[in-house]
Design a protein around this ligand. Structure first.
Ligand code: SF4
Length: 388
């Protein structure tokens, strides 16, 4: 029901493009992938392989290896600012998060009455793609890129099959050329005979689209988007009180709906999987009760996404989640507004969150779809044209 079940494979095509060496090839990797990929190569669940993954992507032929987490920090800047704006006008509350395309698809098809509550902020994948193709980084590649006659070839590695569809959405098509799942990346690595386990775990992302904070890393986990947004929204609201960094009540996979009262802001809710959202929406209480609601279609959030390795371990989500929060805890910066490259981007190009330029590059819109049939027809139509 969320469009996240079919994996259309693209890894052969991406390998061929890389081998041809015609493009400037850019890749971005989502927070959940750097943990789960370890399982594909026999490592225990929860092993962090950020550096090995970066090194494998360079060995495959990508010219630039960027971090989707950079755009997750940017998503938070835009979404937190949107939330504060809506708090001035309570009829626009609550704000629903929009970074999960499975959830967005579900709303468009099943509950279009919720569309005004969906954040207009693009997902981190789409933001990162737009910045890779149409901002300072692209211009730095040379005059052909600056004038729009050439574009880098942008690939993303995601825990999610629904992200493949998101990259084809009207108004966002072209930001990202190909989406690979974690499993597909593992297939590529094996196909090229790269000894993943032997790669050094030391490795750094390229810049300027590679720096991130701990807040971005927890995006991969159910409750993480909300927790990251609260860290920045409280700062923007001038409420930097101690103890506002970790919202442990919003973490975990043991509850379908998690709630917390945020001092100075209001009540928030997390729906851990699409069935939990259906449960929350059974009555209209959510309209009055909450200022913001996070919905991730997969139980556990992206850590349990349809593109992640399959596991028979009943505790696999908890183990992956523990790794996510460990990265956050060790991060020198843990709030999105502290990301120096995000600050530099606003200073040089975007102005401030929700400025006209930010809205042009980083926001989108949604529309009702009247039947489920709309979705596969549109999807197949897009795929056919792109593949010739
Ligand atoms: Fe994709 Fe994450 Fe949403 Fe699952 S929760 S459909 S993996 S974006």
């Amino acid at each position: 029901p969320v469009g996240a079940l079919i994996e259309a494979p693209h890894w052969h095509e991406v390998l061929n493009r890389l081998d041809a060496r015609r493009d400037v090839a850019v890749v971005q990797v989502a927070p959940a992938t750097r943990i789960a990929i370890s399982e594909e190569f026999g490592m225990p669940a929860g092993t962090i392989s950020t550096g090995r993954m970066i090194n494998a992507l360079r060995a495959l032929g990508f010219d630039y290896v960027f971090d989707t987490n950079f755009a997750a920090d940017l998503t938070i800047m835009e979404e937190a600012s949107e939330l504060l704006g809506r708090l001035q006008n309570p009829s626009e509350l609550p704000l629903f998060t929009s970074c999960c395309p499975g959830w967005v698809n579900w709303v468009e098809i099943n509950r279009p009455d919720l569309l005004p509550h969906l954040s207009s902020t693009k997902s981190p994948q789409q933001m990162h793609g737009a910045l890779s193709k149409r901002a300072a980084f692209a211009r730095s590649l040379g005059p052909e890129f600056a004038e729009g006659r050439r574009e880098p070839y942008v690939v993303s590695v995601m825990p999610c099959t629904a992200k493949k569809d998101e990259a084809l959405r009207p108004g966002q098509r072209g930001d990202v050329d190909r989406v690979l799942t974690t499993r597909e990346l593992a297939r590529m690595i094996r196909a090229r005979g790269i000894a993943f386990n032997a790669l050094p775990e030391e490795g750094v992302f390229d810049n300027p689209l590679g720096a991130s904070t701990g807040a971005a890393q927890i995006f991969g986990s159910s409750g993480g988007v909300m927790e990251a947004m609260l860290r920045t929204a409280l700062h923007m609201a001038g409420n930097d009180q101690a103890g506002a960094l970790e919202w442990t009540r919003l973490r975990g996979v043991d509850r379908a709906i998690k709630t917390a009262e945020i001092p100075g802001l209001g009540r928030v809710a997390i729906c851990n999987g699409i069935a939990s959202a259906q449960q929350l929406l059974q009555t209209d209480d959510w309209r009055q009760e909450f200022i913001a609601i996070e919905v991730m279609a997969c139980v556990g959030g992206c850590l349990g996404g349809g593109g992640e390795p399959k596991s028979m371990d009943p505790l696999v989500l908890e183990k992956r989640m523990k790794a996510v929060y460990a990265i956050d805890q060790k991060a020198p910066r843990r709030r999105s507004f502290e990301n120096p490259q995000v600050q530099a981007l606003y200073a040089s190009e975007l102005g401030e969150p929700n400025s006209d330029e930010a809205r042009r590059l980083l926001h989108t819109s949604y529309a009702p779809r009247h039947s489920r049939r709309d979705f596969p027809m549109r999807f197949l139509d897009c795929v056919d044209r792109r593949d010739g």
